[in-house]
Design a protein around this ligand. Structure first.
Ligand SMILES: [Fe+2]
Length: 351
């Protein structure tokens, strides 16, 4: 079996497994930021990715399932209970997914979420967030249930052979993997073997909400984009202009070059690049034609941090303005670098 564990540096673990004889592979719990690594692995290993499996609806990181489905033309796999509309193969407890000569055995393990499952293949089990090294998944997030987690662990997962290797979806300590026997012996949460004591412990954990909870659920359930993805796509469609280049340009006073501040009016009034014009991002599409009738104008968009201006520049390019750039770093960097700032409104141009 071809096997590679991919850590994203923030504790998320994903897995690339394959049957070398049949040249096919599956990816388990892919993370959005790692997409290029999976593509690289597929090329390096010579294995074609057939399945992309999410062990559950993640609330704490962004799944790359949908992106990789397009990239590889592979089928996405989740438990039948998954709310996502982008699942090609919905599986249930006891289903076997054939991967060349390998058989991926699906074990439904609700508790962390209703749609949680573990994937057992040969000598190892991919436990998602059901069982972690020295921990378990939490049960206080949407569709979590401590009673179900107890049943999933003690009646199912922990009944696997003690030597079975455990590969979880999270590992914050760089331990890599563990075994069923080691967890039964050492995992503090598994020492509560009575149902009532286990449930009470899980309900009393009082954990903080994960970062990006709502965004992760929104994008993982709907297949929509994360804010970072949206910005990255916009940034890949436009060039930036450096602070130094802009500082050279403002001395030249060219007629076909416009600095367009897309922040709100009060922010513009408090300080903008000398000579900048103002058109708030919210008004951009509505007012652009009356403001700039010439699509060959060179436009530099400026905002506070360089993000909204990137979106604005990408929008202008889409609208047909071919010479649009965004200021790299935004007004914050401009001010902090000591470049000149002009204050006040420019009445004739205010929208
Ligand atoms: Fe999770």
């Amino acid at each position: 079996m071809f096997f590679e564990q991919i850590a994203d540096g923030e504790g998320c673990q994903s897995y690339f497994i394959g049957c070398e004889k049949s040249c096919v592979a599956a990816i388990i719990d892919p993370a959005l930021g790692q997409a290029n690594r999976y593509v690289g692995l597929s090329h390096r290993s010579g294995l074609r990715v057939r399945f992309i499996i999410d062990t559950h609806t993640h609330a704490d990181h962004f799944s790359a399932v949908r992106q990789l489905k397009q990239e590889f033309g592979a089928a996405t796999v989740m438990h039948r209970e998954s709310p996502s509309p982008h699942v090609d193969i919905r599986v249930e407890d006891g289903h076997l997914l054939p991967l060349g000569e390998l058989r991926l055995n699906m074990i439904h393990t609700p508790g962390h979420t209703r749609d949680s499952m573990c994937v057992h293949v040969e000598d190892r089990v991919f436990t998602g967030d059901t069982l972690l090294i020295g921990g378990t998944g939490r049960t206080d997030l949407p569709t979590g249930d401590a009673e179900q987690l107890y049943d999933s662990l003690f009646d199912k997962l922990l009944k696997l052979d003690g030597e079975t290797l455990v590969y979880p979806a999270h590992d914050y300590k760089g331990l890599g993997h563990t075994t069923i026997a080691a967890e039964l012996a050492n995992n503090p949460r598994l020492q509560k073997r009575e149902r009532a004591a286990f449930v009470e412990m899980m309900r009393g954990l009082n954990l903080g909400a994960p970062r990006h909870l709502t965004e992760a659920l929104r994008t993982n359930i709907s297949g929509g984009k994360t804010v970072r993805q949206l910005l990255a796509e916009a940034a890949s469609a436009i060039p930036f202009m450096s602070l130094e280049e802009l500082s050279r340009r403002i001395g030249r006073q060219r007629n076909d070059f416009v600095i367009l501040d897309v922040r709100e009016r009060d922010a513009y009034g408090r300080g903008h690049v000398p000579g900048a014009r103002h058109l708030a991002r919210g008004q951009l599409e509505i007012r652009i034609d009356e403001t700039f009738p010439d699509p060959d104008l060179e436009i530099l968009t400026v905002c506070e941090f360089g993000k909204i201006s990137t979106l604005a520049a990408a929008t202008l390019r889409e609208l047909g303005f071919r010479r649009v750039t965004a200021l790299d770093g935004g007004m914050k960097s401009w001010r902090e670098s000591g470049y000149p700032v002009e204050t006040g409104e420019e009445p004739a141009l205010l929208i």
